[in-house]
Design a protein around this ligand. Structure first.
Ligand SMILES: Cc1cc2nc3c(=O)[nH]c(=O)nc-3n(C[C@H](O)[C@H](O)[C@H](O)COP(=O)(O)OP(=O)(O)OC[C@H]3O[C@@H](n4cnc5c(N)ncnc54)[C@H](O)[C@@H]3O)c2cc1C
Length: 418
């Protein structure tokens, strides 16, 4: 769907022959391209290589919900990281969506988007209590957020299935593939080089710098390398892929809605992600379609039946959609870390690995790219929102599918409680 409704990508070609660059970035998603854009802005030479195309990973597949913040709330961040680092993380989380909007404005990015806020409705009385705490927590930080009563949620969503919720003015939505393509255009205009269809097969230290070798056999020498392959990381660095669980999340979209139905659903156009552990996230897009994402099989899909549960969830929330045809079905991988936080690793000087999004990466990875560029130009680790940590393989990684299966069963039970 995003391919059918996105602006064209800037013209890029595969790398053909050996190359030298100051910073080599692997992965042309939000993280890699934001790092490149901000490096180029600072006058630093950089090259981005992507195995497939701009936005091939999560950045070209997601739900387009610009959700501010991290998975953890301010108090949790302060408790986990202490007052100084916790404060820095709260400020970082607070600014994630703003960073995206600033780039859209600064570079006049051609991205259909909204700035009308984001809503998290509570699907149960238990989670309503959590939501109340969350909104109070962010209010103490001065964030423009407010609780929503059951009837306010009903009016904003056009369904009476939720118990209440909260409204976060900082959020919004965008066409995700247009955004990543336009980030690439801006990065190239600032002087970054971007090559697509160029899988990097290996990286290793060479002299005082680094050597990357592409699958085709071309050598790229760089002073440093930043790996931004996230859930699409392969075996490029030992145990990197094994630091996350990378399940598929599934999405489905209807045909454009007739006007009389469209006005009964999300009349003010906010995107919504609910409080379920196996959350449902939904919105209308700029073409008037209704789209919903949620869990699905860990494996790659085998047929339309793998999206049936989402179609059912849609008609439970919005019975008026029962006769509207579904036009698009797709999925993509998200990277989930053990502590639900993004991770930065620097296993050796000059090599940075950026991974982890927990399904919330538009603002996060754009802001992370900006922070990475600041670190790379200044050498000051205080520019980074989180400290570097060792690359640690998840315990029982080989059993992750079983483990995730058990976790999903447990989450299903929790989500069924009212
Ligand atoms: C279905 C879905 C729905 C989502 N919904 C939302 C949402 O609504 N809101 C939100 O904020 N987040 C959402 N997310 C998460 C968000 O999309 C990701 O967090 C974000 O796109 C990650 O960006 P990234 O740049 O870190 O990585 P990616 O965009 O995944 O980019 C990684 C790139 O690395 C490349 N690569 C990998 N290995 C190599 C190699 N060896 N050589 C060269 N290139 C390589 C890949 O081709 C890929 O293009 C969703 C994700 C999915 C999959």
């Amino acid at each position: 769907m995003w391919h059918d409704t996105a602006v064209a990508a800037p013209v890029t070609t595969a790398l053909d022959g050996p190359a030298d660059t100051d910073t080599l970035i692997i992965g042309a998603g939000y993280a890699g391209l934001s790092t490149a854009l901000h490096l180029a802005q600072a006058g630093s030479q950089c090259m981005v290589l992507d195995a497939r195309e701009i936005g091939f990973g999560g950045s070209g597949r997601n739900g387009g919900q610009l959700v501010p913040g991290l998975k953890k709330d301010p108090t949790e961040l302060l408790n986990a990281y202490g007052p100084a680092r916790g404060r820095q993380l709260i400020d970082f989380a607070d600014a994630t969506a703003r960073t995206v909007y600033s780039l859209i404005d600064q570079y006049q990015l051609n991205v259909p988007h909204t700035r009308s806020g984001w809503i998290q409705p509570a699907h149960s009385k238990v989670t309503l209590e959590l939501v109340k705490k969350r909104v109070a927590d962010w209010q103490r930080q001065g964030a423009p957020v407010r609780p929503l009563s059951r009837s306010e949620v009903g009016d904003l969503l056009g369904t009476d299935q939720y118990h209440g919720g909260w409204f976060d003015e900082r959020g919004g939505s965008l066409q995700p593939l247009s955004y990543v393509r336009e980030l690439a255009r801006a990065a190239i205009e600032e002087g970054a080089t971007v090559h697509t269809a160029t899988p990097v097969a290996s990286i290793r230290k060479k002299g005082s710098g680094w050597l990357a070798v592409t699958e085709k056999g071309d050598a790229v020498h760089a002073r440093r390398i930043v790996v931004c392959a996230n859930a699409y990381s392969d075996g490029i660095w030992k145990n990197l892929k094994e630091t996350v669980v990378d399940p598929n999340t599934y999405q489905v979209a209807t045909a454009p809605l007739p006007e009389e139905i469209a006005k009964t659903i999300l009349p003010q156009g906010q995107p919504v992600s609910d409080t379920r552990n196996l959350l449902l996230y939904f919105r209308k897009d700029h073409t008037g379609r209704f789209l919903m994402g949620g869990r699905g099989p860990f494996r790659e899909p085998r047929g339309r039946q793998d999206w049936d549960h989402l179609q059912k969830a849609i008609t439970l929330l919005y019975p008026q959609l029962k006769d509207i045809p579904f036009e698009y079905y797709w999925c993509g991988r998200v990277s989930v870390t053990q502590d639900y936080m993004p991770h930065l690793h620097q296993p050796e000087p000059g090599l940075i690995l950026n991974i982890g999004c927990q399904g919330r990466g538009i603002g996060l990875q754009t802001a992370m790219g900006k922070a990475l560029a600041a670190y790379l130009t200044s050498g000051d680790q205080a520019s980074l929102p989180i400290p570097f940590t060792p690359v640690r393989r998840l315990p029982f990684y080989g059993l992750r599918k079983l483990y995730v299966g058990a976790l999903i069963a447990w989450y299903r039970y929790l989500d069924s409680r009212t």
